[in-house]
Design a protein around this ligand. Sequence first.
Ligand code: GLN
Length: 310
Amino acid sequence: MASMSTWTTFQPILERIAEEIERTPGSGRPADYIPALAACDPRRFGMAVAEPDGTVYGVGDWREPFSVQSITKVFTLALDLSREGGALWEHVGREPSGNPFNSLVQLEYENGIPRNPFINAGALVVTDRLHTRTGDAAGELLAFLRAESGNPDLTYDEEVAASEAAHGDRNAALGHFMASYGNIDNPVPVLLEQYFRQCSVAASCADLALATGFLARHGVRADGTRLLSRSQAKQVNAVMLTCGTYDAAGEFAYRVGLPGKSGVGGGIIAVVPGHCTLCVWSPGLDERGNSVAGVAALDRFATLTGLSVF
Ligand code: GLN
């Protein structure tokens, strides 16, 4: 972390990264499983860094809302953990899956207990449990994101939510399969509606860098109240590091060395515990569903600043 002391602000680093990314020919393709995401221009790029006191720096399309998708899984995990504590881990594991985010294969061998909370099966379990505890899992998530980002206009993208539902056969299969093992409490259609609304939230890099701040502040929210214990915040960061980018989590840890979580909207959040949070967005995805320019930008950030957990 020594090299960071030569900068007083993240702005020049972000500008340098954006220039480098702009010079690199675009690669990757936007998610095409729903039309609303397929229409995104893969060359869009934005990046934001937030400090624990709420100071935020950004570059490119950093104030442009995009589809948050699986990044929401970090927040629902934190919201459920804060309510039920470690009992959650009887229903979802915390090991990397080595499989794609929407895979069904391990579930039967492992008796309907998903490997981790960041693959779709695990996220469905978390949302189900949060819904049981709050009566409105997606609403709870939205309220949290609005409060932490300081942006009351954050909301669901109804077109994306409807599209998710129209193309949701695989998530429905995961939900029903786990219900057959008794690992889902709510009726599966109720759970799916919550999950699709959750995935559809639109937010910008600035919003998400700020909303992730509690993980840099060791569990403390923007208003100074505590969401997670220090130990629980460590747990969430650890699961992000090992499972946050699906079957590419090893490569992401190797290149970036930070807890991170991607979504098929092209966003990735990352945490430097005690120091800052980041969000980068660029819709072109690799074959594992992670933003190509997003991973490259975080890789450069870690190299240029020397900030990583290692
Ligand atoms: N809505 C997507 C799904 O459930 C989210 C996946 C993702 O962002 N990786 O398939």
